[in-house]
Ligand binder design. Structure first.
Ligand code: PBG
Length: 337
């Protein structure tokens, strides 16, 4: 009996054909594990001052900075395509930047104006705001700086105020992306004390010091100002345990959702986080990842549409709840067809 079984088993293994399930489109569809739907996608939008203004971004083909009125239109398209939320990134006029990042706490700043306009015109879509000081400092660092040191607690104080005015202007989700210690807890307490206990925090917990942010920094006007690097606060890309520790810490401080960033080079971190924490995990397919795909396709090295689809599916396979991607609108519209 057992000899017969072993014989059968041997034969079975010899004849085993894993390609059976790949033999036709319907068969592949039947066994496919993951799918992308528009509600997986979050659309970042770059915002500038003015009316009916758009400006192209040097290293991000097909992406433009938009004045608030045009950003409203884009947010409407995103909503119609089934995208749940947009992430807003203002490019403050360079004259508004200073050492104290005071524009970050100006209630009439560009991000607040964008928030209230989009909120009143497209109330159905979620508005996510980035909290960090690099958009407002004269040196382009995410925190305040003294003697070349990025100050932690002083920066957190400014960011707490910045988060509060964003909430007042209509932000639905606050997303601190600065990597200072203690900012999630401080923002949570301040939101709760101001009656914003319903606003979730999406913390960029595992944000690596990455070269892949280059095109973004040009887009928001900080690349020419930034000297040096962000190594004293963003994560060392040689490390993974540290990312887990950061996530653990942010959850303890009250984060509702977690971001891992960049995306594709960090799928291992995403997978570890998904396996460990019962909390929604998002990834950011950042500007450099976007540009590489666009440039590769423009030069004929890869097929654009299938590369985009594959890259987004990789995030779903890694277990992400959703992906921040500059391809969001285009992809959502294609998925609806
Ligand atoms: C701000 C911020 C950055 C990005 C998102 N928020 C840049 C940085 O940390 O230097 C990068 C996003 C992208 O590259 O698409 N702290």
């Amino acid at each position: 009996m057992s000899t017969n079984f072993n014989k059968h088993n041997m034969k079975f293994l010899e004849g085993r054909r894993l390609r059976r399930l790949r033999s036709s489109a319907w068969q592949r569809n039947m066994v496919r594990q993951n799918a992308i739907v528009p509600s997986d996608l979050i659309l970042p939008i770059f915002i500038i001052d003015g009316e009916n203004e758009r400006s192209s971004i040097k290293y991000m083909p097909n992406i433009e900075r938009l004045s608030v009125d045009l950003a409203v239109k884009r947010a409407k398209l995103a909503y119609q395509a089934g995208i749940p939320a947009v992430a807003l990134f203002p490019k403050a006029d360079e004259s508004k930047r200073n050492e104290q990042a005071s524009e970050a706490i100006n209630k009439d700043n560009l991000i607040c104006r964008a928030l209230s306009e989009i909120k009143s015109s497209v109330p159905e879509i979620g508005l996510i705001t980035d909290v960090a000081l690099d958009l407002y400092t004269s040196h382009g660092q995410d925190g305040l700086m003294r003697d070349n040191i990025i100050l932690n607690d002083e920066s957190v104080d400014v960011m707490v105020k910045s988060a509060l005015i964003q909430a007042e202007a209509g932000a639905d989700i606050i997303a601190p992306s600065d990597m200072m210690d203690g900012r999630v807890g401080a923002i949570r307490i301040a939101l709760d004390e101001s009656g914003f206990e319903q606003i979730p925090i999406l913390s960029y917990s595992a944000k690596y010091a990455s070269s892949f942010y280059g095109p973004f920094r040009e887009a928001v006007g900080s690349s020419s100002l930034l000297k040096g690097n962000k190594f004293t606060y963003q994560l060392d890309f040689a490390n993974s345990d540290e990312a887990i520790l950061e996530i653990e810490q942010d959850i303890l401080e009250g984060a509702d959702m977690i971001m891992i960033k960049p995306g594709m080079p960090y799928l291992d971190i995403i997978r570890q986080a998904v396996d460990r924490f019962n909390i929604p995990i998002f990834a950011y397919q950042v500007s450099g990842e976007y540009s590489l795909i666009e440039y590769g396709a423009q030069n004929g090295a890869i097929d654009r549409d299938s590369a985009i689809f594959e890259s987004l599916m990789a995030f779903k396979r890694a277990g992400c709840t959703g992906v921040f991607t500059y391809f969001a609108l285009e992809m959502a519209q294609k998925l609806n067809k």
